[in-house]
Design a protein around this ligand. Sequence first.
Ligand code: ZN
Length: 205
Amino acid sequence: MRAETVQKNDNQPPKTFSAADIGLILKAAHFAANKHKSQKRKGGEASPYINHPLEVAELIWNTGEYYDPEVVCAAILHDTVEDTETTFTEIEELFGLRIASLVKEVTDDKSLPKAERKALQIEHAPHLSEGASLIKLGDKASNVKDIVNDPPPDWSEERKHDYVEWTKLVVNELAAVSPPLKEHYERNYQSAKATLAKQAKKIRD
Ligand code: ZN
């Protein structure tokens, strides 16, 4: 098997990736694309749902400079159990125990009321594994951007504001897993806040 080396981050030793690693990532992308095939993002543009998990995976690798193929696979799969018919057993059979565990760590219990699920995300954040913390951070960076750039048409300004502030409460509890990805989140958060403040001013004026 021919190995490729990625040498992007001077702070980390270069790691070697095999054809099997790339194969696993493509398998996850194909699997998630199929599972989310009829779903759209909540925004007015109704873009395909798969854009979001792919963005989270890309953020972890290219922005976070965190080169772990299994974490990338779990990032691609992170919403399949929560939002589609997928089960953890299915993921474990196809992708192994570690990827299934990572997905489980970032999956909300949908049998609970929404307010409780949101509170639990804050409560659980400091106890997440390193891989799950990266996925959570990438997820919030993606969502906080989408909620203002492509907002759900039925969301009030207040709801968007509350959502943006809630992502911050979750992120604040996460372990410091990737400074560059954290900075990326902060930029998205600040820009979301600025956009919402501008919109609120327009409504007042
Ligand atoms: Zn997500």
